[in-house]
Design a protein around this ligand. Structure first.
Ligand SMILES: *Cc1c(COP(=O)(O)O)cnc(C)c1O
Length: 572
């Protein structure tokens, strides 16, 4: 018989022959057979099922542990477990009778503060019930005028980050007129409103074209970026289940991905594997690669992301997506028409972020941001219908008839689709190119001024388009934000790390110099006043970020949401 292997070390000499091996195998197999026999004879069916379930659980747990350990490394894994554990313990402790009361008092205090800020009804325009006799148009208009002015932030003056993206009277008039013409249109009934069907299809086409979709490209309009992202995640989950049998789907996305993806993860029970950012505040590609596993149903990146305005390395994500055969979604909700018109405005390309990267299978684009269309309008695009069809809802069983709906909503406001269509035609390529240029130039001016003229602040990453975020080692940026708020600015507070950003809109272009001046002054004030003033954002973020009381931030946010629907001031 031939020799299979030979180990020849100084003291040992082992010769293994094929028959030795076969014998070994035979003994092993019969051993296993006997063990199984014994197991089957002695364990009842019920016990056996229990054992099987137990094994499956152990296997699943191990799978998760392996993914986490491999993806994040031992140090991060332990730190994460510690945070989770400590968070759980404190949450429990805060429920103890002695502490519960104290926490309750503090939450109530903050609640009262928020109430005072929000619920301040102007006289004569408050109705908690429908009046018996309808009001006349004159009376009603008067009341609406009071409400529209009511303590609103100075968005017209361009002092608000994001939120309102255009605010031009001509476009407002066009949108109002379009709304009037189509105010009864419902996209759920394309047969009754063929014009709206056509406009929706054309809006999708126009946006597909902006993002360099192939011939097969398709999509739908939605009610906003959140719905577009929800649908992208839902579709990816359904596709993974149908085509790969994935029952425990996972999404891999950078920590800077929009909150709507966290929402999708929670609504649709998809595990969200968050990826750290590198020093330039874009997704860590190596970590994405390590986190990919057999349950991954979608990889995500942003162009740009909301917090920092930085653009993830979409080409690298695309390469990973192609080599692992996993869909890739690019969130261009914010970038929308600014990233799409950038090359026309500046004569140079941004790093590839659209369908020209072959791994990109879907893109979300908010027309209601830099497309300047009416609020409640976004588009979800797909490379082809093999992706889009998984977001559809279809029911052939319903007693109400055969039912199909392409997006989350049932009835949909045709007037918004018409408004979107009309706005895009009215502004045209020239208008969008000009706006893109003006806004990006304003953001560059802010970036330059912060970097060169305000040494206490550090620009985060290298923002290429309209969002500029900054942090500080020398002062509390949330206190800085509060000072800016007192001067009428509404910047956006960020956390982990503490930072603030401005999202430049058409309205902020003209006031960027004033913003920079105010920033300088506020920074100087803060540096001079060495003790901090009472500052509300700073306080709230202080609470949310401290491990010991972090869990009451949930209570505060939930109180805030309750207050939004509160009609009367609570009796105190
Ligand atoms: C605004 C935004 C969204 C979606 O937000 P909506 O408020 O639902 O329109 C998604 N991603 C990014 C990066 C955004 O800035």
């Amino acid at each position: 018989m031939s020799t299979m292997a030979k180990f020849n070390m100084s003291r040992y000499h082992v010769d293994i022959k094929t028959e030795d091996l076969t014998n070994c195998c035979r003994i092993a197999i019969s051993g296993v057979q006997r063990a199984v026999q014994y197991y089957v004879n002695t364990r009842s069916i019920k016990d056996q099922i229990e054992d099987l379930i137990c094994l499956l659980i152990v296997y699943r747990f191990l799978h998760n542990t392996v993914v986490v350990l491999y993806g994040y490394g031992p140090f991060r894994t332990v730190a994460g477990l510690y945070r989770q554990f400590a968070g759980n313990i404190t949450r429990r402790m805060l429920k103890l009778p002695i502490l519960k009361e104290k926490v309750g008092q503090q939450v109530a205090g903050t609640r009262a503060m928020i109430e005072n800020e929000f619920i301040n009804k102007p006289k004569g325009v408050s109705y908690s019930q429908i009046p018996n006799k309808g009001l006349s148009d004159t009376v009603l208009n008067h009341k609406l005028d009071i409400l529209v002015d009511e303590k609103s932030a100075n968005w017209k003056g361009g002092q608000v980050s994001g939120a309102v993206y255009f605010g031009d009277d001509k476009v407002a008039k066009l949108q109002a007129d379009t709304y009037y013409k189509f105010c009864f249109a419902n996209q759920l009934h394309p047969d009754a409103f063929p014009g709206v069907r056509q406009m929706e299809a054309e809006v999708v086409s126009m946006v597909l074209n902006l993002f360099n979709a192939p011939e097969s490209g398709c999509g739908t309009t939605t009610s906003g970026g959140t719905e577009s992202l929800l649908l992208a995640c839902l579709g990816a989950r359904e596709k993974a289940y149908a085509e790969k049998g994935i029952t425990e789907p996972e999404i891999i996305a950078p920590v800077s991905i929009h909150a709507a993806v966290f929402k999708a993860s929670q609504y649709f029970k998809i595990k969200l594997r968050l990826v750290d950012l590198t020093d330039d505040f874009t997704v860590n590609i190596a970590q994405v690669k390590r986190l990919i596993n057999r349950n991954t149903c979608l990889i995500m990146g942003s162009a740009p992301n909301f917090p920092y305005g930085t653009i993830d390395n979409i080409q690298a994500l695309s390469d990973l997506a192609v080599s692992h055969n996993i869909p890739l979604h690019v969130d261009c909700c914010l970038g929308s028409f600014v990233v799409a018109y950038y090359s026309r405005a500046f004569g140079e390309e941004l790093p590839c972020f659209d369908f020209r990267c072959l791994g990109v299978t879907s893109i979300s684009c908010d027309t209601h941001k830099y497309g300047f269309t009416p609020k409640g309008s976004s588009v979800i695009l797909y490379r082809n219908n093999d992706y889009r069809r998984y977001q559809y809802f279809i029911s052939t069983e319903w007693t109400g008839g055969l039912y199909g709906s392409p997006t989350l909503a049932g009835s949909r406001p045709g007037a918004l689709t018409a408004g979107t269509w009309a706005t895009m035609l009215s502004i045209g390529n020239d208008g969008y190119t000009k706006s893109c240029r003006a806004m990006v130039m304003a953001a560059r001016e802010l970036k330059r001024a912060v970097a060169e003229e305000i040494p206490a602040l550090d620009v985060i990453g290298d923002p290429l388009v309209t969002v500029v975020a900054f942090k500080s080692e020398k002062l509390n940026v949330h206190s800085l934000n509060d000072r800016m708020t007192r001067r009428g600015w509404h910047l956006c507070a960020l956390q982990k790390p503490a930072a603030i950003h401005l999202c430049v809109t058409r309205l902020s272009v003209t006031v960027i110099k004033e913003l920079i001046e105010d920033l300088k002054e506020c920074v100087n004030e803060l540096l001079e006043a060495d003790e901090e003033l009472d500052s509300s954002t700073a306080q709230i973020y202080g609470v949310a970020n401290s491990l010991t009381v972090g869990s009451i931030a949930d209570d505060l946010i939930s109180a805030f949401l309750d207050i939004l629907y509160q009609d009367k001031k609570t009796a105190q």
